[in-house]
Design a protein around this ligand. Structure first.
Ligand code: FEO
Ligand code: CA
Ligand code: CA
Length: 632
């Protein structure tokens, strides 16, 4: 019987388990507390998924730290040359042209595409890295937030997007960057992209620079991403709304007015200030430019001549990142969330099946299909609600005369359809063996706030003032990613492990590593879930970190801290090589919250400015990461 949070009556069960533990009345509850009789020992590896590292202490100080038996190597820093002819990094003489040939800022997603098969598959690959956001105060020594220059704007745009760069590990197992490789290229906030799918060319996508509404300058806020089964990258434009300001006196009777509000576009200035240097980012001057961002963008990693496509059929959101799998009948199924408080979880299922050898066919898969939003029912069941114009409330009277409006105003469509408003859905990942789907809900301190409408806790978002977040496990009917019904349960409730409303697989506080605000996630090949956090400092006062958590067997839910970051930084983009002998992570926005004159971090080089970077982690004994012998 599944006695986990999310199943009916779990709150009472939780209390009674703890009461039973205190009284030594384990009895039938030992299923939940497998090590309760031996509390001072760590669980031993329990089979093929077993992890064998002692947790690192909570992060403190201006250095990263990795579990014993492993070594962490800084591989790629913001500004490192990645294109032939790129100048060396010099923050005092930076230009947009130089930045476009260098590694971008604030690395988030990391993907690894093997370039050789067989035994070399995990030692030579194309590394794919997203660059999510700029921070002019740490990037540009002469930046004046009241009067940014056009060149400073272009430097920041050139620091966004994606880097594709060839990497290899040599005889001493250190990773190297092949900066002169013809395979290296960048997509930036200034690269040409195309809108495709139902919303392409809609009147709301047309601008003075692009009267057809199909050709867009750049991508913004690419947070996480996925590699598709047909070999492309699907990268998510997340917090695009933070880039467009100055709505000013936009008329309320224009339907776009309410869409700006639903998507959180600020009334006046933005935090990045781009609108001060380019009218493209001013809503009062260019009211449709923001409708051209917020998409899942498909890119061919090996063909820079194929212009990246913004797949509008998947909706317009502030999505952290997608995961892509195939249904039982071979269609693409893409899972993703809208990373905002009280926003929803989505799935897109393509109309056509993937054809293994037909590249042209596969490059059209994501333009046609069905978009769904998730409803998590209180009884542990769930429904994927189709967001289809003309069906149910998605009619002309409600502002949905065609599917294009569903794709442009997806938040409203999901709300009308009755989808569940979640606690900020971040990464969504798929277990490599069970096909269960794991959803990180990073936090929602406004849950249950009496001043916020429709904020009451529900079964899937059970905590008021959810500062530490939780993780949901979703099982599709028949384990088919094409299903329209599912079962769900809460896998983990993060926060102080001693708190009665936290849940770490039933393990006592003395054993687990405290964890808050789950964000990026990845599975290793054995089905252990690796979770990076973004908010550990706010909840516990220690650095964001990477945790490993078995999902099956007796260690299910047992969280161990593996790697810790530096002040101001979150950990992002965990990614394994196919054999899991290397784990790549990004240390994003080190020193955020400080300035060049009042720094809070000098990582990784001990000087200013701090540099967001990708780190490669290996086991000293060459074994799988997380399974190394301590001290080996
Ligand atoms: Fe870019 Fe959802 O964090
Ligand atoms: Ca994130
Ligand atoms: Ca985040």
């Amino acid at each position: 019987m599944m006695l986990e949070p999310g199943s009916p009556g779990w709150r009472g069960r939780t209390l009674s388990r703890r009461a039973a533990l205190r009284g030594g009345l384990l009895g039938g509850l030992s299923l939940f507390l497998p090590f309760a009789g031996n509390k001072r020992q760590l669980p031993v590896p329990s089979g093929p998924g077993g992890l064998s590292f002692p947790p690192v202490p909570p992060g403190a100080g201006d250095a990263v730290r990795v579990a014993d038996g492993h070594v962490a190597q800084v591989l790629l820093r913001w500004g490192d040359p990645v294109l032939p002819g790129a100048p060396p990094f010099d923050p005092r003489r930076q230009s947009a042209r130089a930045q476009a040939m260098q590694f971008g800022y604030n690395a988030d997603y990391v993907g690894f595409i093997p370039l050789q098969q067989g035994g070399s598959a995990s030692h030579h690959g194309l590394l794919v890295v997203n660059h999510e956001s700029p921070n002019a105060r740490l990037m540009l020594p002469d930046y004046d937030p009241d009067d940014p220059t056009a060149e400073q704007l272009d430097i920041q745009l050139a620091a966004l997007g994606v880097t594709f760069v060839e990497v290899y590990s040599d005889v001493d197992d250190r990773w190297k960057v092949r900066s002169d490789s013809p395979r290296n290229w960048r997509v930036t906030g200034l690269s040409p992209t195309l809108l495709s799918g139902p919303a392409a060319g809609h009147p709301w996508t047309r601008t003075s620079a692009d009267p057809d509404g199909t050709r867009v300058l750049g991508m913004l806020a690419n947070c996480s991403a996925a590699l598709t089964p047909w070999g492309t990258l699907l990268t998510s434009e997340e917090n695009f709304h933070l880039f467009f300001g100055d709505r000013n006196d936009f008329p309320e009777d224009d339907p776009r007015y309410w869409i700006y509000i639903d998507y959180g576009l600020p009334l006046k200035g933005t935090q990045f200030g781009f609108e001060k240097a380019d009218d493209r980012f001013r809503i009062d001057k260019e009211p449709n430019e923001s409708f051209r961002f917020g998409y899942q963008v498909e890119i061919d990693p090996f063909d820079p001549s194929w212009i990246p496509r913004k797949r509008t059929a998947l909706g317009r959101l502030r999505s952290e990142g997608a995961s892509v799998a195939l249904t039982a009948t071979g269609q693409a199924a893409c899972y993703y969330g809208d990373d905002i408080m009280f926003a929803c979880v989505y799935k897109f299922v393509s109309r056509h099946a993937m054809a293994a050898l037909d590249r042209q066919h596969n490059l059209r898969l994501l333009d046609e299909g069905t978009l769904f939003a998730a409803r998590f029912n209180a009884d542990g069941s769930g429904d994927w609600l189709p967001l289809v114009a003309g069906r149910g409330p998605l009619n002309r009277a409600n502002g949905f005369p065609s599917q294009a409006e569903v794709c442009l105003n997806t938040i409203r469509a999901a709300s009308l359809a009755g989808a569940t408003r979640m606690d900020r859905p971040e990464d969504i990942v798929i277990h490599p063996h069970t096909r269960k789907v794991y959803i990180a809900l990073t936090k929602n301190p406004l849950r249950g706030d009496p001043t916020v409408q429709r904020s009451e806790p529900d079964a899937a978002n059970p905590r008021k003032n959810n500062r530490a977040g939780h993780i949901i496990e979703l099982e599709e009917d028949r384990a088919d990613h094409g299903a329209t019904r599912f079962r769900w349960r809460i896998f983990m409730l993060c926060g102080d492990p001693a708190a009665p409303d936290s849940y770490y697989g039933g393990y006592p506080k003395s054993l687990v590593s405290r964890m808050a605000c789950p964000d990026n996630m990845v599975f290793d090949k054995d089905g252990n879930l690796w979770v990076a956090t973004d908010g550990q400092a706010d909840v516990f006062g220690d650095a964001d970190a990477l945790f490993a958590i078995p999902t099956e067997g007796p260690e299910r839910g047992f969280a161990r801290r593996f790697f810790t970051g530096v002040p101001g930084a979150e950990i992002t983009g965990p990614c394994f090589t196919p054999d899991c002998s290397t784990l790549f992570v990004s240390v994003q926005h080190p020193g955020e919250g400080g300035t060049l004159s009042e720094p809070i971090s000098s990582w990784p080089d001990g000087v200013q400015p701090p540099r967001p970077a990708v780190v490669a982690i290996r086991a000293l004994d060459g074994r799988q990461v997380g399974k190394a012998a301590a001290g080996g």
